[in-house]
Design a protein around this ligand. Sequence first.
Ligand SMILES: Cc1cc2nc3c(=O)[nH]c(=O)nc-3n(C[C@H](O)[C@H](O)[C@H](O)COP(=O)(O)O)c2cc1C
Ligand SMILES: [Mn+2]
Length: 478
Amino acid sequence: MTPKGLREFIALLEGKGHLKQIDKEVDWNLEAGAISRRGCELKLPALLFNKLKDYPAGYRLMANPLATFPRLALAMGLSEDTSYTELVDQYLERSTTMIKPIQVKNGPCKEEIIQGDDVDILKFPVPLIHEGDGGRYMGTWHLVVTRDPDSDWVNWGMYRQMVLDKISMGGIMVPFQHGPMQYYQKYEARGNPMPFATCIGVDPLSTLAACNPVEYGVNEVEVAGGLRGEPIELVKCETSDLLVPANAEIIIEGEVLPEERRDEGPFGEYTGYMAGGRAPRPVYRVKAITHRKNPILTMSNMGVPIDDCDISNSIGFGARLTGELRKKGFPIRGSVCIIPQCSLFVAVVSVKVPYAGIAHQIASTIWADKAGVFTPYVVICDEDVDSSNMDEVMHAIATKCHPAKGIMIFPQSTGNPLYPFSDAHERTYAKAPKCLLDCTWPVDWPKEDIPRKVSFDVCYPSEIKERVLRNWSSYGIE
Ligand SMILES: Cc1cc2nc3c(=O)[nH]c(=O)nc-3n(C[C@H](O)[C@H](O)[C@H](O)COP(=O)(O)O)c2cc1C
Ligand SMILES: [Mn+2]
């Protein structure tokens, strides 16, 4: 069983000691941001702010929903101590067993319907999250629904949305992302407005499906159904034919007009920096808002690790890339690990090396994938290294990656405009280099040239190891 909506998830987290309610009045202007940022950095429970300054009681704000692995495990209906590798395996299995949604006539998200002159996004306690943010961000833990005009492909993606005024939001639309692709290549190219629906406060696995990549043309709502193990219930928007999760707390409906741009950003980002600047970007024009009574707005507080993005994408990217490598038959051990402390920049793979050059093949497969666009570093280790064990990975990088031969740089590739290490030109054109760290022993070395590892596992005869393990408690050490 997985939570059907945000309120069920909140109850589940609270019951397990993974959520704290804050009744003291908190300011939406940086105070909620500062508390939730500290909450990420100290790995504290998720937070539910019950009273925000300038807003009536009942207009609540939830922060840091999935900012720890135990919370993600609970969202998936698993025990809170589920290991990284098991989470990735579960995600992979369920996300590839897709379940189609069902349409329902009505739902809690329609309890209040606002249209016309009454529309005001700032009806909700939208936080100013970091000092220096270009504005108050409505969309930091949400999903944006858009449809391909030529097929029945409906995309869900999590793309940040900043309040411009009471009926407009701006957002960074990176051209290789699916929603933006539909906008630039189809709607705007043909001079048409693109209908959208921003859904806030949905069940945690729907959000997870939206912020993780699947192939072009795949409906994330079916992935969400797979993750949940039951169909997602959808209800029709008031002003378009788009369908949205019936259980959502808040739905914002509208259109992105062709050729319209207004300044958006900067924003404190998942990279741990405020990068990407302020620039003219597409505008989400709001036509209607529907919401539950006593709506709960949700936010993530991206910045230095570990926050919701590091956790959610490390599992989702890890699962996707593991699936891609297994499909191609690479003999990998366990799963691909997206190191959560590295803001998604580093993918680690452990492999039994059968022939020369496999590190390059694996890295190419990763970089060809949508998730791989976010991982400029790929680290390949021999199979004695557990890719999710940072003690082992760090040691392998430091000792087995030849500084001249083991580091391979691919200078021209697709990047992310938010990369802190990119110069202004690279950021503008979303290009960046990629780097492969090959930490495997060369296959053309004679066996006797390979240094023997000094570890309990490797450098004691099995007879001694067995004796020591058998007698362990009798030594009185622990
Ligand atoms: C908290 C959070 C915020 C994100 N914000 C953005 C964003 O503003 N722009 C963007 O392109 N991707 C953003 N992403 C990543 C995308 O949601 C992710 O790449 C997803 O796969 C996009 O959907 P798509 O593959 O259908 O394009 C964010 C992810 C998270 C977890
Ligand atoms: Mn997509």
